[in-house]
Design a protein around this ligand. Sequence first.
Ligand SMILES: NC(=O)c1ccc[n+]([C@@H]2O[C@H](COP(=O)([O-])OP(=O)(O)OC[C@H]3O[C@@H](n4cnc5c(N)ncnc54)[C@H](OP(=O)(O)O)[C@@H]3O)[C@@H](O)[C@H]2O)c1
Length: 287
Amino acid sequence: MRVAGMEGRTVVLTGGSSGIGLATAGALAALGARVVITARRADRGREALAHIRQQSGTDLAEVVVFDLADLDSVRAGASEILDRCPQIDVLVNNAGVVLSERVETAQGFEATFATNHLGPFLLTALLRERLLSAPAARVVTVSSAAHRTARRGLDFDDLQARRRYRPMAVYGASKLANILFTVELARQLAGTTVTANCLHPGLVATGYGRGTTGLLGLGVKLGRPFMLSPDQGARTSIFLASSPDVDGVTGRYFVRCRVEIPSRSAKDGEAARRLWEMSEAMVGSGS
Ligand SMILES: NC(=O)c1ccc[n+]([C@@H]2O[C@H](COP(=O)([O-])OP(=O)(O)OC[C@H]3O[C@@H](n4cnc5c(N)ncnc54)[C@H](OP(=O)(O)O)[C@@H]3O)[C@@H](O)[C@H]2O)c1
């Protein structure tokens, strides 16, 4: 994996308090980037900063606290990021959850969809102008091979999983949404200085699935010994955020630092546009 120094560049990374995000943030700070992580809890954010500083041997990390599942909180967080960062070179949409049971957010959206897709959608929209004003910016979104479970594509009549809630199906659909988001963002940004790519990090032993119950919880527990470490799982995110090998590359899905073809549903440009329009309506005005 070829990476380059990141001195003078600012990275905003969601979900920097744990797992793949924490490892990615530490590595990018070690490459010289100023890394602004987001965390939903101040105490976990502070612990992460101490870890990143120790891992990178730098003082280049800071934290902004907000909840991606709450659109008002995302607006407040984005505003703080814009106040603090006159330039944003990389946005890593990393945070994500899988939830055993259906929960609704403050705005009445299903929480997995809201955390994994709607929150990052709104955050990216709010940071878009700042990304466009950087010399060459990148949006990197952490999807998953689990997008393949949504074989028939997104159910646009039930994006909030009101009819039926199956945790892995809802998670898989949210990860398909990550790829469709990337496809449409790259289309819209074609000809600009901003690229958009997404990735599957591998199966990684992190906080992922923590707190899940039943078969899902059991599967997560039994699988852990066979999984990658967070440092290994962070490699493709680090590559996409920093490597000169992907200068100008956009709209792609990566696995192990290589372009991979995602599922058929993930290449559906019409679905990507439809999801974009519906997401815009859901996040409402002010995005
Ligand atoms: N682990 C895997 O095998 C695997 C495989 C494929 C894809 N992924 C993807 O990799 C990404 C990182 O996951 P991970 O494995 O590193 O899991 P993790 O250790 O649980 O980290 C998830 C991060 O997201 C944050 N987060 C969760 N809900 C949030 C919210 N509402 N607002 C703000 N931040 C929130 C968490 O914050 P807290 O610290 O407060 O919980 C944490 O920092 C996710 O997008 C996941 O879907 C993981």
